[in-house]
Design a protein around this ligand. Structure first.
Ligand SMILES: [Zn+2]
Length: 393
């Protein structure tokens, strides 16, 4: 999973990243020495490996779409904003996703989808994200859209090309299967057959557009085991796998996601992260955890950011960890805010965050050529350390 031979060394000569060890030594400062400004995190090139398209719709984006398309005018009211973006804590995944069916209307046609996606990508660029793997459900299958899945995949390809040319960011896509939307299907072959055409279509877009598949949605509705056959087919097509597990469910779902679905990254996995010191299990220590702190805290599964492991935990063989934004529009956050809050909780400085960003790139599903292009962006504004930039092969 960790590619090539490469390492990152701090200005003081301290090894902070090694391909064979992950982030192996993060320079720490005492709380009183800590100087980390949010604007420094904002201006730092960043990588977001766990971000949902629908959850990236902010109230501002919703109003812009509503102003542009008269049939969506109802989305421009203040009452609608209060309804779709409720404040405060979230009691359950059902509560979390309550706005999704309505927000999905901002993808009801190719034209509206293009407009919405471009606004979302603009917000990513404004936060100085240079590489992202955006998750989207397989729209056009059976959700009442006015277009096919093939048309939607072509739109994703077009939007990625637009983002790279106009915004300078590289966008790849992960197709997410919302487990709660397929509970009407029977176990076994029916589920595999249902997704067969979608997997075949997406294969033509791999790896230059679609890089992976994800199982997401309400964890309590169905465990990873139910989708074993689907993900066997997806893996056989050459895709990488990430699975939402262990956010609101016990560690056993994480073990199933790794052992049965072949996940190399886990969305959240909070139950595993909080117990990893006491659980001796290879499945839990061999994957990358995509932690989205605000999301986890609003759901009440994480009390304090300090409960999360430090990157130094990697010195002892795991777990690997990246910080991501999840649903920043729904949650009122950004990747910069997530990194800033995590760093503050652990007394990390900007050098440490840059090392984590380099590590995140190595955990991405991008092909080696794409990673090499991204790493040039990560080091482009710091010429003094350009010679330390890792190479990918
Ligand atoms: Zn998520």
């Amino acid at each position: 999973m960790v590619p090539g031979t490469h390492e990152v060394i701090s200005h003081s000569g301290q090894m902070i990243y090694n391909a064979s060890m992950g982030v192996c030594s993060i320079p720490l400062k005492s709380q009183c020495d800590l100087i980390l400004r949010l604007e420094d995190v904002r201006s730092m090139p960043k990588i977001d490996l766990h971000r949902h398209l629908t959850g990236s719709i902010t109230p501002t984006i919703m109003k812009k779409v509503a102003a542009h398309f008269c049939d969506l005018h109802s989305f421009s009211s203040a009452e609608e904003e209060d309804r779709l973006f409720p404040k405060g804590n979230i009691s359950s995944h059902q509560d979390y996703f309550i706005s999704w069916p309505l927000l999905s209307q901002l993808f009801h046609s190719i034209e509206v989808s293009r407009f919405t996606i471009r606004l979302i990508l603009q917000e990513l660029a404004d936060d100085n994200v240079v590489y992202t793997e955006l998750r989207t459900s397989p729209k056009g299958l059976d959700n009442g859209e006015q277009y096919s899945f093939a048309e939607y995949l072509n739109l994703l390809l077009e939007c990625s090309a637009w983002a790279e040319a106009e915004l300078g960011i590289v966008v790849r896509w992960i197709i997410g299967i919302p487990r709660h939307e397929y509970s009407h299907l029977r176990d076994g072959e029916d589920i595999v057959a249902f997704f067969e055409d979608a997997i075949s279509l997406a294969t033509a877009f791999h790896p230059h557009c679609v890089v992976g598949w994800d199982l997401n949605g309400i964890e309590e509705v169905a465990g990873p085991r139910r989708f074993k056959g689907v993900f066997e087919r997806i893996r056989a097509a050459g895709f990488d796998i990430t699975v939402h597990a262990g956010e609101t469910t016990p560690v056993e779902q994480v073990i199933e996601a790794v052992g049965l679905l072949g996940a190399t990254r886990i969305g959240h996995g909070i139950s595993a992260l909080l117990e990893y010191k006491t659980i001796s299990c290879n499945e839990l220590r061999s994957v990358v955890y995509e932690v989205c702190p605000t999301s986890n805290q609003k759901l009440g599964v994480l009390r304090q950011l300090a409960e999360l492991p430090l990157p130094q935990a990697l010195r002892t063989g795991g777990p690997y960890l990246v910080i991501a934004s999840d649903n920043p529009g729904r949650l009122g956050t950004s990747l910069s805010m997530e990194l800033y809050n995590y760093a503050r909780a652990h007394c990390l400085d900007i050098t440490a965050l840059r090392a984590m960003t380099t590590a995140a790139l190595s955990y991405s599903f991008a092909d080696p050529q794409t990673r090499s292009r991204i790493v040039e962006r990560l080091y482009a504004e710091d010429l003094s350390s350009a010679s330390l930039a890792p190479t990918f092969s």
